[in-house]
Design a protein around this ligand. Structure first.
Ligand code: PMP
Length: 336
């Protein structure tokens, strides 16, 4: 064998950590044709752990190591809808760190199985609102306090949005050749929206940033009239909020819109069937939101959004006719 590759000077990624990010930016052909715009989706489902949250896992762990609050041999604990747990566990495995993942038991079986498969110490808890001390976020904080573990705290830890400001945002800018009219995405922690918005507005303050919110979340009302009202609910996972996480504080967001599950799933199924791009529910919300933004702007504009994770993570839910019927959602004919 020749001398080992210098990964800093070569396109070969340095292990798992080097393989996170640099995802393709895909032009969604049907949405683009329907609006006369360029609708571009950042294919975050192509990250090693299958979601945008690999980036947050990496950014948070690297920040904790740099601060001296986490080191190989240590333990990181996090409350998560699943994807952050996957990102954290993969990064932790690569660095010799132990991960403890607290997750509401309502999340998809596929995410639960994947977390077990990669060796996370998984603690499932009943789904409770944030104001209840049994909520998964509080359980993870208490576990950190009681055991002296490092709490990732993705909702309020600004290392999360900083990771997106330094990677996702600049990647989008470069890939789009600096020509972007609008950016929209939904929020769990808000790390993706805030970090990308900051990076894009630093480069061009005229880029319009729109928060896309599912039903049953307070963020639309927060951004639109400063109240924290919500109604309805959503089958999407990983997005929607009952409070305003620290990662959204001071983020340069221009406006917000709401997307229903019906609108989101129409995009999920359309992209899968006609473009071969199989995405999860939050990505469906984002594509539906990008189409609304494009219609408001009119033909000739370019709108960027995030394809957060892939449909395979929701086979037993969104791609299951029985589940759809149980939620009174339309079942596409090809699924029967
Ligand atoms: N989509 C999915 C599937 C997710 O798991 C998450 C994170 N919980 C998001 C979107 C939202 O990303 P962020 O936390 O950066 O707002």
């Amino acid at each position: 064998m020749d001398t080992p590759v210098d990964t800093k000077k070569s396109p070969i990624a340095a292990g798992l950590l080097g393989a996170i990010g640099n995802t393709p930016l895909i032009r969604l052909e049907r949405a683009s044709a329907a609006t006369g715009c360029d609708i571009l989706g950042k294919a975050e489902f192509m990250n090693p752990g299958g979601s945008v949250k690999d980036r947050a896992g990496l950014a948070i762990i690297q920040d904790a190591i740099a601060r001296g609050t986490l080191a190989p041999g240590g333990t990181v604990v996090e409350g998560t809808a699943g994807n952050t747990g996957i990102g954290i566990t993969l990064v932790a495995n690569a660095l010799g760190i132990r991960s403890v993942i607290v997750m509401p038991e309502t999340q998809s079986q596929e995410k639960i199985d994947f977390l077990r498969m990669i060796g996370a110490d998984l603690r499932l808890v009943p789904a409770k609102p944030y104001k209840d001390q049994g909520n998964y976020v509080h359980v993870s904080r208490r576990l950190a306090e009681e055991n002296g573990w490092t709490w990732a705290n993705q909702f309020d830890n600004l290392a999360n949005r900083e990771g997106h400001r330094l990677t996702t945002g600049p990647e989008i800018w470069e890939q789009a050749g600096g020509r972007i009219d609008a950016f929209t995405t939904s929020c769990g922690t808000g790390g993706t929206l805030a970090g990308v918005a900051m990076a894009l507005k630093e480069r061009d303050p005229n880029i319009r940033v729109t928060l896309a919110d599912p039903m049953g979340s307070v963020l639309y009302s927060w951004k639109t009239n400063g109240t924290l009202e919500m109604s309805g609910g959503s089958v999407t996972e990983g997005i929607g909020q009952g409070r305003v996480p620290e990662n959204l504080n001071g983020a340069p967001i221009d406006d917000a819109l709401q997307v229903t599950d019906e609108e989101a799933l129409a995009q999920v199924f359309d992209l899968t069937q006609h473009e071969g791009i199989c995405i999860g529910g939050s990505a469906g919300i984002n594509v539906a939101a990008a189409i609304k933004v494009a219609k408001r702007l009119g033909p000739g504009h370019r709108v960027v959004t995030i394809l957060c994770d892939g449909g395979a993570r929701y086979q037993s839910k969104l791609f299951n006719p029985e589940f759809l019927r149980s939620k009174n959602l339309p079942v596409p004919p090809w699924m029967l």
